[in-house]
Design a protein around this ligand. Structure first.
Ligand code: PLP
Length: 450
C-alpha cells in the first residue's frame, strides 16, 4: 500500500521547497502558510489543521456531484483493472470512449454529434481554436483566422488560452498572441447605465458586429464566449444577448464556440448553458463537471458542419494528446452522468440555486457593501462595490474581495473573489441545511469586511 506522509508541518515544508503552485503569488505563499487539504465528503473539505470548511466553490467549479460518490470510484477501479490505458491514435478506440461519445452526442444541444477529448478545459479550448482555423482552411478561406472573445472571458491558461481570455493581467504574461481580439461583455450591473437590460444586451452583442465591420468577416474565424462568464465574476447576460450574438455569427458566417467548461453538466439548472439561452453553437467546450473533477477529462463537441468537413475532405489533422479519450476518465464520466441523472442534480441545481439566491438576498440585500446579488442555478455572485448606488467597482481592484475571501475561510466557507465580486458555486448535492450555512457564513464574512 502506497504511504503518503501525513505529518502536516513536514508536508508544508516540502511543498514550499519543491511545489510551484498554479495562479499563485509565490512570494506571499512562502511568507504565509499553505493550507493542506487532506480529505473531503459531500460538500465538505478538511484541512491538516483539523478545520472543516463548506466548499462553496466545488473545488474549482467542478465537483458537481459532491465528494463522496462511490460509483465514480468503483468505475475508475474497474476500468483500471481491465484496461488502465490505451490511446485513440492510429485507428484505435476503447469501449469506454466509444460509449461515452454516443451518450454525449445524445444529450448535447442539436447538431453537436461529434466529440474530441483532452484532459483540461484549456486543451479543449486550444483544440476548438485549431479546429476552427483548420475548418476555414479546408473551406478555402485560410485568411479567416481571428478569434473574437470578450472582456473578462476566461478560456484557460495555455498561450492561446491566455490570449483568447479577456484578462489583461494574463495578456501581459506571454498571453498576447496575434489574431485575438476582445469585444464588450454584457456586464449589466456596471455598464448598462440608463439602458434597460434588454437594450444593453443588444448593445453588448452589437460590439461584435461593429468589430466585424471594422476588420471584415473574411478575417474572422470564430467568436467564443461562456454562456455565463464564470471566472470573470459570474457575469449573466440579459436574455437579448445570445440570440443577437447567434444572429450576427450566422449573418457573417463566423463559427460560434460556446465555452461550457463551467456551465456544462447541470450547474445552471439545465444540462448545458446553451440549453438555457437557446444557443446553437458550432463547437462547445466542456470539462470539469463531466467527471465532477474526480479525474481530468475535457470533451469538445463538434457540430456536424465542421466535423463532416474534416471527415469528407480527409487528410490528417495533426492534433491530439496522449490522454485524448483516456479510458479511466471516460469510465468515470459515464458513472458521473448516471449520478447526475439518477440523483436529478440538474433539478437540484435549479432548486437549491433559487433557495441560496433568495437566502442571500434576504440576509444581504440591504448591506452597505453589497450592490447586487445575482445568480442562475448554483452559480452566484455578490458584487462588493465602492459606490453601491452608482454601481461602481472599487478603483483598486481585489483588496476588498481578498479580505472577504479570507474572512469567509475563517468562518468555515470556501468563497472565491473574482476581482471584488464574491462568487459561490457549491456542489449540486448541497442540502437545505448546508444552503443555510452558506448564507450565514457568507453574511458574517461580508459584515467583517465592512
Ligand atoms: N474555460 C472556462 C470557461 C473555464 O472556466 C476554465 C477554467 O476555469 C477553462 C476554460 C480552463 O480549464 P482548465 O483549468 O481545466 O484548463
Amino acid at each position: 500500500m502506497l504511504d503518503i506522509p501525513n505529518d502536516i508541518d513536514h508536508l508544508r515544508a516540502v511543498d514550499n521547497a519543491h511545489h510551484l503552485h498554479p495562479f499563485t503569488d509565490h512570494k506571499s505563499l512562502h511568507e504565509g502558510r499553505v493550507r493542506v487539504i487532506t480529505r473531503a465528503e459531500g460538500v465538505w473539505i478538511w484541512d491538516g489543521d483539523g478545520q472543516r470548511l463548506l466548499d462553496g466553490m466545488a473545488g474549482l467549479w467542478c465537483v458537481n456531484a459532491g465528494y463522496s460518490q462511490p460509483t465514480l470510484v468503483e468505475a475508475a477501479a474497474r476500468q483500471m483493472a481491465t484496461l488502465p490505458y490505451y490511446n485513440c491514435f492510429f485507428s484505435s478506440t476503447t469501449p469506454a470512449v466509444a460509449a461515452l461519445s454516443e451518450r454525449l452526442a445524445r444529450m448535447s444541444p442539436a447538431g453537436l454529434n461529434h466529440v474530441f477529448y483532452a484532459s483540461s478545459g484549456s486543451e479543449a479550448v486550444d483544440s476548438a481554436l485549431r479546429i476552427a482555423r483548420q475548418f476555414w482552411k479546408l473551406q478555402g478561406k485560410p485568411e479567416k483566422r481571428i478569434i473574437v472573445s470578450r472582456e473578462y472571458g476566461y478560456h484557460g491558461s495555455t498561450i492561446a488560452g491566455a490570449s483568447v481570455s479577456g484578462m489583461t493581467d494574463m495578456h501581459k504574461q506571454a498571453g498576447d498572441l496575434p489574431d485575438f481580439h476582445q469585444v464588450m461583455t454584457p456586464y449589466t450591473w456596471r455598464d448598462a447605465g440608463d439602458l434597460s437590460p434588454e437594450e444593453f444586451g443588444l448593445k453588448a452583442a452589437q460590439s461584435l458586429e461593429a468589430y466585424i465591420q471594422q476588420v471584415g468577416a473574411d478575417k474572422i474565424a470564430a467568436f467564443i464566449g461562456e454562456p455565463i462568464q464564470g471566472a470573470g465574476g459570474v457575469i449573466i447576460p440579459p436574455d437579448s444577448y445570445w440570440p443577437e450574438i447567434q444572429r450576427i455569427c450566422r449573418a457573417h458566417d463566423i463559427l460560434l464556440i460556446a465555452d461550457e467548461v463551467i456551465c456544462g453538466y447541470g450547474r445552471l439548472g439545465a444540462m448545458f448553458g446553451s440549453d438555457v439561452y437557446g444557443i446553437q453553437p458550432d463547437l462547445m467546450t466542456t470539462a470539469k463537471g463531466i467527471t465532477s473533477g474526480y479525474v481530468p477529462l475535457s470533451a469538445l463537441f463538434v457540430g456536424d458542419r465542421v466535423a463532416e468537413t474534416f471527415i469528407e475532405q480527409g487528410g490528417e489533422f495533426y492534433h491530439g494528446f496522449t490522454y485524448s479519450g483516456h479510458p479511466v476518465a471516460c469510465a468515470v464520466a459515464l458513472a458521473n452522468l448516471d449520478v447526475i441523472d439518477s440523483q436529478n442534480l440538474v433539478g437540484a441545481a435549479e432548486r437549491q440555486g433559487a433557495t441560496l439566491l433568495a437566502g442571500l438576498r434576504d440576509a444581504l440585500g440591504d448591506h452597505p457593501l453589497v450592490s447586487e446579488i445575482r445568480g442562475r442555478g448554483l452559480m452566484i455572485a455578490l458584487e462588493l462595490a465602492e459606490d453601491k448606488a452608482g454601481h461602481k467597482p472599487y478603483a483598486s481592484s481585489r483588496k476588498v474581495g481578498l479580505t472577504c475571501r479570507n474572512f469567509a475561510t475563517e468562518e468555515g466557507l470556501v468563497m472565491r473573489a473574482c476581482r471584488d465580486t464574491m462568487v459561490l458555486a457549491p456542489p449540486l448535492v448541497i442540502s437545505d441545511e448546508e444552503v443555510g450555512l452558506v448564507v450565514e457564513r457568507a453574511a458574517r464574512a461580508i459584515d467583517r469586511t465592512w
